[in-house]
Design a protein around this ligand. Structure first.
Ligand SMILES: *Cc1c(COP(=O)(O)O)cnc(C)c1O
Length: 452
């Protein structure tokens, strides 16, 4: 089978894929969220080699089998922080791959670069960071790494340290390790009863570290934390950062989209130096799509530009001379913006506000149902859309396994104050009130039913 296809062949293949995709969406409600089958089963099914001679259209025959062994993104999926995969965006991904732009610089990809820059600036504006620019990344981990690279600048700093709450996402420590600062460069600050960073403890630690000869360079605020959704007090952290001349990065990978509905929870976010936001979480986009927003593009160029002369000579025009590679870790980049651009234009920002408000309401509904149930209890306040709870009788690890294996809803586990908890996170536009009620009934049933 030669690599080149005729337009007619492509159309026929695409029609089959679209049919399969539509059938998959149509059947989400009936699919078990966790597919049956062991690791050995999947290796036996998918672990085979690559044919020397192509199968042609027959190669598509096994796509339905791939779906049968995939986790279904139905309304009962509440694991991790995983967006539900908005289908118009998926069409944008397909089209982006066909256009196959390499989104390095305007001169390589005029429409893609312009759409990405406009989109990033519109999202920044929508979450209260008017005037910020930035770029799309594969995930919050990459965005956080870039933010800390910018915070550090390009000089080596002996004894460089960064402050974040004890509830900070692991990607921050990973970024510090990758930047050559070592895992110990993360200084973990205690949290209050609502899992927000203690600003007093932070100030004391900064002063003590300075006195001990260390070099603080950044504060990472969580908005919200991955486990319980706590939002650190951003305005107070901005004060501390300003008083100590530290970079303030807000890790909003999970929570930042909630600013579309409740900007007051994020007061002070406009004073951050950088903000990360995962569109593949609470903007419901198919993986992968995240972004790093920052106030000062010169800081990004200081960290990432190796080619100032070359870029400057290409064009003096601010649009035509722009290159993402001067402000990003990445060089070859795909047209990530198209899916979100298409999805937002199709549905309108108002539809996203409504979906986020629904997720917040579903989290509150679950919290109420848990509190009304004598056998269950919340183990953390519900700040955003993550609900951490447990069965009082214990055996919550077994309950989790039983619930997930039953396939009606999918929960994850969380460690809250050192204890095992069940966690439901609502970033799912398909969820109905019935799905929320099912969380409680499934957990109660698993807890009563024994663990055969
Ligand atoms: C998910 C998450 C990350 C990491 O993002 P990825 O897109 O998974 O790389 C970082 N911080 C927080 C708070 C998150 O929720």
């Amino acid at each position: 089978m030669p690599l080149e296809l005729s337009a007619g062949e492509f159309r026929a293949l695409a029609a089959r894929v679209v049919d399969l995709a539509a059938a998959h969406l149509d059947s989400l409600g009936e699919r078990p969220i966790m597919p049956p089958g062991s690791g050995a089963d999947t290796v036996a099914t998918f672990g085979g080699g690559i044919p020397e001679v192509g199968l042609g259209p027959q190669a598509l025959d096994d796509l339905a089998l791939v779906a049968a062994h995939a986790r279904a993104g139905s309304g009962g999926f509440f694991g991790y922080v995983l967006g539900s995969g908005e289908p118009v965006a998926a069409l944008g991904d397909l089209y982006a791959s066909i256009l196959n732009q390499v989104v390095t610089a305007w001169r390589s990809a005029p429409s893609a670069v312009t759409i990405e820059r406009a989109l990033v600036s519109s999202i920044a504006d929508a979450i209260g960071c008017t005037g910020f620019s930035g770029s799309l990344t594969s995930g919050g981990s990459a965005a956080n790494l870039m933010a800390l690279a910018m915070a550090r600048g390009d000089e080596a700093r002996p004894g460089a340290v960064v402050y974040a709450s004890d509830e900070v996402h692991m990607s921050i420590q990973k970024a510090l390790a990758l930047l050559g600062l070592g895992r110990a460069a993360l200084r973990r600050v205690p949290v209050d009863d609502a899992f927000r960073i203690s600003v007093e403890a932070l100030e004391t630690m900064i002063a003590e570290d300075r006195a001990a000869g260390l070099t603080p360079f950044a504060i990472v605020a969580s908005a919200g934390t991955i486990v319980t959704g706590a939002i650190d007090p951003l305005a107070r952290l901005a004060d501390v950062a300003a008083a100590n001349e530290l970079w303030l990065h807000v890790d909003g990978a999970y929570g930042a989209p909630a600013a579309l509905v409740h900007p007051e929870w994020f007061e002070g976010v406009d004073r951050a130096d950088s903000v990360s936001l995962d569109a593949h979480k609470w903007l419901y986009q198919p993986v992968d799509l995240s972004m790093l927003l920052y106030r000062d593009p010169a800081a990004a160029r200081r960290a990432f530009s190796m080619t100032d002369d070359y870029a400057a000579s290409a064009s003096d025009d601010p649009v035509e001379g722009f290159a993402f590679f001067d402000e990003s870790l990445e060089l070859s980049r795909r047209f990530r913006a198209l899916k979100l651009w298409l999805s937002l234009r199709y549905h309108g920002l108002g539809a996203f506000r409504e979906a986020i408000a629904n997720d917040l309401a579903h989290a509150r509904l679950l919290a109420e149902l848990v509190e009304a149930e004598p056998e269950l209890e919340l183990v953390a306040p519900v700040e955003l859309s993550a609900v951490c709870f447990r069965a009082k009788g214990g055996r919550n690890a077994e309950i989790l396994q039983t619930v997930n294996r039953a396939g009606r809803v999918y929960l994850s586990n969380a460690t809250v104050r050192g204890e095992f908890a069940l966690r439901a996170c609502f970033v799912n536009h398909r969820t109905t009130d019935a799905d929320v009620h099912a969380v409680v009934s499934e957990v109660l049933q698993a807890s009563a039913g024994g663990f055969a």
